[in-house]
Design a protein around this ligand. Structure first.
Ligand code: NAD
Length: 311
């Protein structure tokens, strides 16, 4: 990766990934783009361009002008928001992705897009979910993500586009608010624990989902993109995870730092149904074997960092 363009760069992942890539590859080598331009260091302290991913002409112009060799595609509508507006989600998630794939084909760039644990469904084995298994997602987001995995495989096989991807679990970070996913409760719980010493979870006790701390997710993206392509058998969409959590387990970890923390429940049926259709815990062994995936943050280490930084 020498000159990287990121779509949706002001979101939860992009705002941290942009800064991390600029540190590694040089400030001028990472072109952040998004549909909006707030006063954020991603937009003010390095190249930034307004780009709506629905506008393929402008995308091509930017890739050509900046001599981009890698596109990291993050602009998307996430699970909970997609379920509220499924048709809009299909249009944005699929047309945006196809525009990026076509641009990557035209300019022979590398391509990265995250898939998600949402690409699995209720008939997928819930525990130690294998890399290659039943995928019959029941949410619009999941259908978009699975289609994205297949399209990226197709562009690799048919056109030789160097497409790579990860199936991310819920990502936990303190810098940017999450953008409307089902696992957002974990981030909210940390913020509320610090501010009010209590949190009301919209996800039921006993609902286990995979999670990972943002620095591990950023490292995984860079490691996969730098890996020797000949070693990659499952290019589009490696299972990755660092821990499997339910609200109680997260609360217990928080209580080790804030003993008076109290957890209540008020279940949101839309997000609970989404969570119920996803695996409890992925098997990430293909990512470990094929390109050395190795998350470093345990639950308690992440909790200490989250609380310290939110305070
Ligand atoms: N955050 C997670 O926990 C998680 C987990 C699994 C997968 N993912 C995937 O990672 C990617 C990024 O997720 P995120 O959490 O950073 O999302 P986010 O919602 O925080 O950010 C998305 C960004 O896309 C931008 N955007 C929206 N419409 C756009 C358009 N038409 N053109 C250009 N930009 C547009 C938004 O302004 C926003 O800055 C998504 O594909 C998501 O599905 C995220």
């Amino acid at each position: 990766m020498k000159r990287i363009l990121i779509t949706g760069a002001l979101g939860q992942i992009g705002s941290e990934l942009t800064l991390s890539l600029r540190e590694t590859y040089g400030k001028d080598k990472v072109i952040a783009t998004d549909i909006r331009k707030p006063d954020h260091e991603v937009a003010t302290e390095g190249p930034f361009e307004i780009l709506d991913v629905m506008d393929q002409k402008r995308m091509s112009q930017l890739v050509s002008t900046h001599r981009v060799d890698t596109i990291i595609h993050l602009a998307a509508l996430l699970s909970a928001k997609a379920e509220l507006n499924p048709l809009f989600a299909w249009n944005l998630n699929m047309s945006g992705l196809l525009n990026v794939l076509e641009t990557a084909k035209e300019f022979k760039t590398k391509f990265f897009a995250p898939s998600s644990i949402g690409a699995f469904g209720p008939t997928t084995p819930k525990n130690a979910t294998p890399q290659n298994t039943i995928q019959r997602p029941t949410t619009m987001y999941g259908i978009n993500k699975l289609t994205g995995e297949l399209l990226a495989d197709y562009y690799f096989r048919r056109y030789g586009v160097d497409c790579r991807g990860l199936r991310f679990p819920g990502l936990i970070s303190y810098k940017t608010q999450p953008g409307g996913g089902t696992t957002d409760y974990a981030v909210e719980m940390y913020h509320e624990a610090v501010k009010h010493r209590r949190y009301t979870s919209y996800i039921k006790k006993g609902t286990y989902l995979d999670m990972m701390y943002m620095p591990d997710a950023l490292a995984a993206i860079i490691q996969l993109m730098e890996a020797d392509g000949t070693q990659l058998k499952n290019r589009n969409a490696y299972n990755v995870t660092a821990m499997s959590l339910d609200p109680e387990k997260l609360a217990q970890s928080i209580r080790r730092e804030i003993p008076e923390f109290r957890l209540d429940y008020k279940i949101d049926s839309v997000r609970q149904q989404i969570a119920d259709s996803w695996p409890n815990q992925l098997d990430a062994s293909c990512a470990k074997e094929e390109w050395g995936f190795k998350p470093t943050f345990t639950l308690d280490r992440m909790t200490k960092e989250m609380i310290k930084n939110i305070m």
